[in-house]
Design a protein around this ligand. Structure first.
Ligand code: PLP
Length: 392
């Protein structure tokens, strides 16, 4: 409602025109921060380590690597920077092919373009909505049979907080000697057959963007067991400066390192990760229970053998548009599923294998508010809105 100072002229008190929302807008996945985040951020500030290096960067990397169960991690300015460096580190070059699931966020495919390589898009499987392992196998086997070059890498993405089907994917990639990059930007805290998301690739990518499971406002991590690769990540991400008193460079570097301020925030966020994941799972369970009786509504499946983080709860509907618009009218943010890369104008010239599954997920998928700071009343508000939209 709009309020103005409606007092009599005699009062002469002018209240500025302001908007007082009856209830706050409910966002898809807003940052979830508290006193501990503030404390560590201010600690970094007060220490004057206000630079892309410092004790919080080192500590965040160690704590993060331990959590994910990989040997090493390098803190970077974004998940996109981590994807770019992963491709550089694996020697992917102009003219190479890289296999990429079509159903993903644009950053995954953009990174392939940064190094001048060509993404070859693959369709999803219904079980996880992630890349179809049969398509990976078929692509690699066909290339081997035809005597064509293998892709320089395969990027596997763990969408919406659920791991891809790594057992068959890793077996195929190992057979043909193709390195795997895991894009676990949406899946920190998930597991697949007991192993953490972000531990399956030769290099593993995480994001701490404002809408992710934990956030540093913007930030990312590149993690892996290979000491030399992660050492090289730190070197390349700080302008590739060689040891010398002056600035000596023998290769092209990047300015991709994470700030110490943001690493402090990341450490506090990581402490809170188990609780944040538990809350996202509880939100997913609440939606499932609340919509169980509604006809025509489905969910992104929780595949057996995995424990997703439920970064976003995604429902499927014959026509999600009226539901999205009704929620929008209630000031509730909902968003279509990722638009497949093979349908994006910028990748129109790229090759695509299959596509029916990714296209149907895009046509029918709707992401609901899923942030770990949601209250039970917030969940009830979304549930009520969806019921209203579907029952009329
Ligand atoms: C968020 C995201 C990224 C990019 O991470 P940024 O930190 O925003 O650069 C990459 N891949 C996927 C699947 C994502 O969801």
């Amino acid at each position: 409602m709009l309020t103005t100072g409606q007092g009599t002229v005699a009062h002469r008190r002018v209240t500025p025109l302001r908007y007082v929302p009856a209830v706050a807008r409910l966002f898809l996945s807003p940052p979830d921060v508290g006193p501990r985040d503030r404390e560590l951020l201010l600690d970094a500030f007060d220490s004057n380590w206000i630079a892309p290096l410092g004790p919080h960067v080192d500590a965040f990397e160690r704590e993060f690597a331990d959590f994910v169960g990989v040997g090493h991690a390098a803190a970077l300015s974004s998940g996109t920077a981590a994807l770019h460096l992963a491709l550089v580190l694996l020697g992917v070059e102009a003219g190479d092919d890289v296999l990429v699931p079509s159903l993903t966020f644009g950053a995954t495919a953009n990174a392939v373009a940064y190094v001048g390589a060509r993404p070859v898009f693959l369709d999803s499987e219904w079980a996880t909505w992630n890349v179809d392992p049969a398509m990976v196998e078929e692509e690699l086997a066909t290339r081997a049979r035809d005597g064509r070059a293998q892709p320089a890498a395969v990027i596997v993405v763990d969408l919406y907080g659920q791991c891809a089907s790594y057992e068959p994917i890793l077996a195929s990639c190992a057979e043909y000697g193709v390195p795997v990059i895991e894009d676990a930007a949406e899946a920190l805290g998930a597991t697949y057959r007991g192993r953490p998301a972000g531990s399956f690739g030769a290099l593993n990518v995480f994001s701490f963007n404002g809408n992710k499971i934990i956030t540093t406002s913007g930030g990312g991590m590149l993690a892996g067991d290979d000491t030399a690769l992660i050492e090289r990540t730190r070197h390349l991400s700080t302008q590739a400066r060689d040891p010398a008193p002056h600035y000596e460079h023998s290769e092209i570097g990047f300015n991709y390192r994470m700030s110490n301020l943001l690493a402090a925030l990341g450490r506090a966020q990581l402490e809170g990760l188990p609780a944040k994941v538990a809350r996202r799972r509880a939100i997913n369970a609440a939606y499932r229970a609340a919509f169980a009786e509604l006809p025509g509504i489905g969910f992104l499946p929780n595949a057996p053998g995995g424990e997703p983080t439920n970064w976003l709860t995604v429902v499927t509907l014959d026509d999600p548009t009226p539901v999205r618009e009704h929620l929008e009218a209630l000031d509730i943010e909902a968003r279509p599923a990722w638009k497949p890369m093979h349908l994006q104008p910028v990748f129109a010239d790229c090759e695509m294998r299959g596509g029916a599954v990714a296209e149907e997920i895009f046509r029918r998928g709707l992401c609901l508010p899923s942030g770990s700071s949601m209250t039970d009343a917030d969940i009830a508000r979304v549930v009520h809105g969806v019921h209203e939209a579907l029952r009329g």
